[in-house]
Design a protein around this ligand. Sequence first.
Ligand SMILES: [Zn+2]
Length: 79
Amino acid sequence: MASIQEFRCEVCGTVASNPTHWYVIQCGDRALTVLKWDSETANAEGARHYCGEAHAQVYISRWFDSVCSPAKPDFTRSS
Ligand SMILES: [Zn+2]
């Protein structure tokens, strides 16, 4: 029988064995993909695990900081 596998949120360290409401992120130099939790996805090579939207956002923010800097000028402001 398969042993119980535990996953740890990379941000807060919470551990869960069947975190169906968590998120999986696959991240590379050129792309970041957020996936709904799935045991196959969660066990895929390079998968990162987050206990919820908030902590997935923390990682996404870090990724933006590392990849998309310096920031481009803000053209969304109309004057
Ligand atoms: Zn967390």
